[in-house]
Design a protein around this ligand. Structure first.
Ligand code: PEP
Ligand code: MN
Length: 360
């Protein structure tokens, strides 16, 4: 798939002077619920109203969506509020029904993006539609799987494409429902700068208290828009109750978010920025030099261990280093999360070096 500007046109054609906002409930529950929320979002910066009608639930028995009936409710939203509407599709039958009901935009959920078979089925059913199609990242942090899914949709002739970053599952419990792994989103933007990238803070956080901060981070990272689950009575929502915000809160969030420009032509700003970047380049080179030096020491230790037939991994020493570095890192304003990640990577590289010395 070539990078080309035509992938941006659906977004550029909206002529927004702010990031794209997609909002609406996790699930369409009743006709009244859908219409009430839609009317509260009318005449705001929300361009697309969302509602899931086929809900992929982790365990059977939870509310699995109202099904095709909900498409009629979305048509009513369009007629009564003028907002465009969108919903999730997860197989060929969903696509067919959504297109027949003139749903304006479709998205493919994280549980579908993981499956090349289902992505191909959806791509074939889309059959070159000019409706925008947004592909959520797969539940697991695998960039190629995400890109592969998008490529399948593109190859079937769909030109209006976008991507949604909704975070990734992990085994360990974190403050996020799905950890953002921002680096992955940055890599995505580098690979396909012309595909609009939307952030979904609702499924990343799983918690309405954190929606604003994650949204702001996304805008700071040049995301093109936000998809935020919105319900007039979040606590009693039939799905994802903890993460939905009220329309009033959404409007406040949109007002408080700082929209930063991607660049600025001012000379003073640019020379200050270039100066700081030059300093960063110098420091980055120093870091590389020091890491190289550290690995040379590791190689030497590897030789000693080989002579004495001692194991590469010395857990006690390693835990001591880690504990010390977390404390010292804090004094340099570095978070524990970063120190652990960085030193684990450094340690792994040391092990690889020593293994090579010992076995090579
Ligand atoms: C959703 O947007 O309601 C949804 C089910 O999201 P995800 O595919 O990101 O879990
Ligand atoms: Mn949801």
């Amino acid at each position: 798939m070539e990078n080309n500007k035509e992938m941006r046109t659906w977004l550029d054609d909206l002529n927004l002077d702010h990031p794209l906002v997609i909002a609406g409930p996790c699930s369409a529950e009743t006709e009244e619920q859908v219409l009430k929320i839609a009317h509260e979002l009318k005449d705001t910066d929300v361009s697309y109203f969302r509602a899931g009608i086929w809900k992929p639930r982790t365990r059977p028995g939870n509310f699995e969506g109202v099904g095709a009936l909900g498409l009629k409710w979305l048509q009513k939203v369009k007629a009564e509020t003028g907002m465009k509407v969108c919903t999730e599709v997860a197989n060929a039958a969903h696509v067919k029904l959504a297109l027949e009901h003139d749903i304006d935009m479709l998205w493919i959920g994280a549980r579908s993006t993981v499956s090349p078979f289902i992505m191909q089925e959806i791509a074939d059913a889309l059959d070159g539609t000019d409706k925008p199609v947004l592909v959520k990242n797969p539940v697991n942090p695998d960039l190629s799987l995400w890109l592969g899914g998008i490529e399948r949709i593109y190859s079937s002739g769909v030109k209006n494409i976008g991507a949604i970053h909704r975070g990734f599952s992990t085994y360990q419990k974190t403050k996020y429902r799905n950890i953002p792994e921002w680096q992955m989103a940055i890599e995505f933007q580098n690979k396909y700068p012309d595909i609009p990238l939307i952030n979904d803070p609702s499924h990343i956080t799983g918690n309405r208290e954190m929606i604003f901060d994650v949204s702001q981070t996304a805008l700071d990272l040049n995301f093109d828009g936000l998809m935020i689950e919105t319900h007039y009575d979040p606590e009693n929502a039939w799905s994802d109750a903890a993460q939905q915000v009220t329309p009033a809160t959404l409007i406040q969030i949109m007002k408080d978010l700082k929209i930063r420009k991607e660049s600025n032509e001012e000379e003073e700003y640019n020379s200050a920025l270039n100066n700081l970047r030059a300093q960063i380049d110098v420091v980055d080179n120093q870091i590389l030099g020091l890491l190289g030096q550290r690995m040379k020491n590791s190689d030497a230790i590897g030789k000693l261990k080989k002579q004495k037939n001692v194991a590469v991994l010395q857990s006690k020493r390693w835990n001591e280093i880690l504990g010390k570095m977390v404390l010292e890192g804090e004094q340099h304003g570095l978070s524990e999360e970063f120190i652990l990640k960085m030193f684990k990577a450094v340690h792994q590289e040391s092990i690889n070096h020593q293994e090579k010395v010992i076995n090579g």
